[in-house]
Design a protein around this ligand. Structure first.
Ligand code: PLP
Length: 384
């Protein structure tokens, strides 16, 4: 029995929530943007309350016990010992990979990413006058995998930066040691910097597939890698905007900081406060959350796989399911899956934004009862 309740969630209708405001006044269950409907962990809320009671909000500098909590948490959960001076605090992971795109190479250089992928990966190269170059991940039916030869050929096209998303949004993979080693070897062969977005690393659902930071493979990989992490997804505090880059190489770190100078603001003190509490005291809440998400993932996979024309793959990590609707769309002559399901009362993310039309992404970070209601609407939308 856990002291945490994931069977209910605060009412977010009429709140500031992007996720819920999109459907204000309509009977649509929002299951799109990647935040969960659960309240933040009690230790995080307690720390925020204590900081509020202090009452003074002058400029803040990240403090030693905060760095210790993060460093100890990464060592405990992912077996990687980070040095304090490798940390660069950031007001978000999207900020972090856009800085990486601007730091590495020159205008006109290629930035690699594998699709489908979280949409800001696709826009980051253009923001920095770089070229987006990509290859598609391949669905074997069992899971999504890398196409090694295609990736190798693609990075040969003037690529300097390899943008990795691991665990992967939206396909839910936790890339294993063999896959990461191949990527590291490719980066070595082509002298690439790796920017590894590991924001979902605390949300591994399959205990047999632990998250391995690519930079933890060995020192040589660490030296060419910018790792991005944050407490925001795992402990559901994304709008507190606190994240960090881990950059072991001093030269790369200096160049990264130089790109930030004068443009990227300091992280706000409430975000820093919440981060310390999450990494230090958020373990029991996270364990209970993962039990709920694991059960929710199974509900989604069972429901979707029972529906004609829809298919999905096991979710190894994240609270996001990536659903292939192409057979259903073709059989019914429907153009847009997200619009079809929205009309049926479920708000999903449109695969086109991730570089793969015909798919939708479903966010199952909500109480099981709400998830079941959403799945029932999907069932009805397919059965019509
Ligand atoms: C892979 C990935 N990176 C980054 C983000 C957002 O990070 P931030 O809000 O810290 O910019 C998300 C949010 O969904 C994500 O899935």
């Amino acid at each position: 029995m856990t002291p945490f309740d994931f069977s209910t969630a605060p009412d977010r209708r009429g709140s500031d929530s992007i996720k819920w405001r999109r459907y204000a006044g309509r009977d649509v269950i929002p299951m799109w943007v990647a935040d969960m409907d659960f309240a933040a962990p009690p230790p995080v809320l307690d720390a925020l309350r204590a900081r509020l009671d202090h009452g003074v909000f002058g400029y803040a500098d990240p403090w030693p016990s905060l760095a210790d909590a993060v460093i100890d948490g990464i060592a405990r959960d992912h077996g990687w010992r980070v040095q304090p001076d490798w940390l660069v605090w950031l007001p978000g992971v999207v900020t972090g990979f856009n800085i990486a795109a601007r730091t590495v190479g020159q205008p006109g250089d290629g930035v690699f990413t594998a699709t489908p992928v979280y949409p800001p990966f696709l826009s980051a190269p253009g923001h920095s006058d770089r070229r987006l170059v990509s290859t598609a991940l391949v669905n074997t039916g069992r899971r999504w995998e890398w196409d090694g030869p295609a990736t190798e050929a693609t990075v040969a096209d003037g690529v300097r930066l390899f943008m990795l998303c691991n665990p992967h949004n939206p396909v839910g993979r936790v890339f294993d040691r063999t896959e990461l080693t191949r990527i590291a070897e490719l980066a070595e062969r082509h002298d690439l910097v790796i920017c590894s977005d590991e924001i979902h690393c605390g949300l591994v659902l399959d205990p047999a597939k632990p998250h391995l930071p690519i930079a933890a493979l060995d020192d040589a990989v660490a030296r060419r890698t910018i790792t991005l992490m944050a407490p925001s997804k795992t402990w559901n505090i994304p709008a507190l905007y606190c994240a960090f880059a881990i950059i072991p190489d001093a030269g790369l770190r200096a160049r990264y900081r130089r790109t930030m100078a004068g443009i990227v603001p300091h992280v706000n003190v409430l975000g820093l406060t919440a981060t310390e509490a999450a990494y230090r005291d958020g373990g029991p809440w996270r364990a209970a959350l993962l039990d709920t998400l694991r059960a929710n993932a199974a509900r989604v996979v069972n429901a979707i796989d029972a529906l004609p024309g829809l298919a999905t793959t096991p979710v190894e990590a994240t609270y996001l399911a990536w659903i292939d609707c192409r057979d259903f769309l073709a059989a019914r002559g429907i153009a847009n899956a997200a619009a079809h399901f929205e009309a049926a009362g479920v708000g999903l993310s449109d695969g086109r934004d991730f570089g793969l039309p015909g798919f939708v992404r479903l966010n199952f970070g909500c109480p099981p009862e709400r998830l079941d209601a959403g799945l029932q609407r999907i069932r009805q939308a397919v059965d019509i």
